[in-house]
Design a binder for this molecule. Structure first.
Ligand SMILES: Cc1cc2nc3c(=O)[nH]c(=O)nc-3n(C[C@H](O)[C@H](O)[C@H](O)COP(=O)(O)OP(=O)(O)OC[C@H]3O[C@@H](n4cnc5c(N)ncnc54)[C@H](O)[C@@H]3O)c2cc1C
Length: 378
């Protein structure tokens, strides 16, 4: 019988893993890739939607386009996971696995921040970005806050990118001088492992008159008084709140017994959970790396190589090193890059590449190469 690999979640991690298994094992493996959605969206595309640089419709890539030997995509919602027996229940049936990989990402918990749902806006979901796209044209004066409600959150540079792109957006509309922009993040610097990247971002904030409020998170919003309350009780008045909501593992994962302190603990080198034959990759896991697509992909590569090696078709992989490159929108049409390494040395390190046109093209290639690899799009 062919080995049965069931991958839960067709995001960055799940798509890369399914691709690798198909490349390495072809029809000799039985991969079932399950996602509740019918389309994939790159996380960074939400910023483009919010600022009207593209439409919500244009950013969806249909899972129906996946055509890979050995891989079957099912649009189903996972309702229960039993890690002991590697049995998964969905709204479409039951799936038994020899190897089970949980790649269900992180969900948002708006209710964890009182007032956020009624009086603020989040830009981390497509629906939230689409709402903001409608709302932003009516914001022409007053204070906008880009505020992070809790760590960990996806793509640590994204709030900084949002603040810089908001500056451009308001400048282009000729209303920047009527508006103030503040950014509140829970870290002491915008990108902690890379002092150079952080310095460049803080310089960009200063040049643009963006107020930087580090080492704080937004703990609630008071809709009546339109103030954001920070974790030390300080208050910041706002007219427009662009929030990064608290994240958490999907409920079905939390109910499975796989989580500890909110996420799935794994061996950071192998991505194995404490249950034999069960792995967790990407945002759903606690790996010691940020929640970002590039890290989910890297983890998928280690699990893919390890499964292929286990089936006698390749070399055992080196340990996961937690390396990745993130593109950072600096505004004015330019993109920078930070190359980070979280696990290979004694402490995380990061190097910075100055914003440039070349990196704009490189970021575009990052997206198009994944569309080609995962979906066969040219
Ligand atoms: C504004 C923004 C900008 C970003 N920019 C970048 C960037 O520039 N570079 C970068 O690397 N990362 C970026 N990210 C982060 C990146 O999008 C995520 O970290 C990445 O998608 C995580 O991959 P994953 O495979 O762990 O999970 P995901 O890609 O989130 O995939 C999880 C999948 O599981 C599915 N799912 C969840 N629950 C169920 C269920 N019960 N049943 C079935 N399916 C389910 C979901 O539909 C989803 O498709 C950004 C994120 C945001 C919000």
């Amino acid at each position: 019988m062919k080995p049965r690999v069931v991958i839960l979640g067709a995001g960055f991690g799940g798509l890369e893993l399914a691709t690798l298994l198909s490349e390495g094992l072809g029809v000799d493996v039985d991969v079932t890739l399950i996602d509740k959605s019918d389309t994939f969206v790159f996380g960074y595309a939400k910023l483009d939607v919010m600022f009207g640089r593209t439409t919500g419709d244009a950013i969806h890539i249909a899972y129906a386009d996946i055509e890979k030997p050995g891989v079957r995509f099912l649009q189903e919602t996972v309702t229960a996971i039993d890690p002991e027996t590697r049995r998964v229940t969905t709204d479409g049936g039951v799936h038994e696995a020899d190897f089970l990989v949980v790649a269900l990402g992180a969900d948002y918990d708006l209710d964890a921040t009182p007032g956020l749902a009624e009086a603020g806006n989040e830009f981390y979901s497509v629906a939230g970005a689409e709402r903001l796209r409608e709302l932003l044209p009516s914001f022409s004066q007053g204070r906008a806050i880009v505020g992070v409600c809790a760590a960990p959150f996806k793509c640590p540079p994204a709030p900084s990118e949002a603040a810089l792109l908001l500056h451009d957006y308001l400048s282009e509309r000729g209303v920047r001088s009527e508006c103030e922009i503040s950014i509140v993040i829970p870290f002491s610097t915008p990108v902690p492992p890379s002092p150079e990247t952080s310095r460049a971002l803080v310089d960009a904030f200063v040049e643009r008159g963006i107020e930087f409020v580090p080492a704080h998170r937004v703990s609630s919003l008071d809709p009546g008084r339109r103030v954001a309350v920070l974790d030390d009780g300080a208050e910041l008045p706002y007219d427009l709140f662009l929030g990064v909501p608290k994240h958490r593992a999907p409920d079905v994962v939390r109910a499975s017994g796989l989580t500890e302190e909110g996420y799935v603990p794994v061996n950071p080198r192998t991505l194995e959970t404490r249950f034999p034959g069960v792995y967790a990759i990407g945002d759903v896991a606690t790996i010691g790396v940020p929640k970002a697509g590039v890290f989910a992909e890297g983890a998928a590569r280690v699990v893919g190589a390890s499964l292929i090696a286990g089936l006698g078709r390749g070399e055992k992989p080196d340990a996961y090193e937690g390396r990745g490159s993130c593109y950072v929108e600096f505004g004015a049409g330019l993109v920078g890059r930070v190359d980070v390494d979280f696990l290979s040395g004694p402490k995380p390190t990061g190097t910075f590449q100055e914003p440039s046109d070349a990196l704009v093209a490189e970021k575009e290639h990052f997206g198009s190469s994944r569309s080609a690899r995962w979906f066969g799009h040219s």
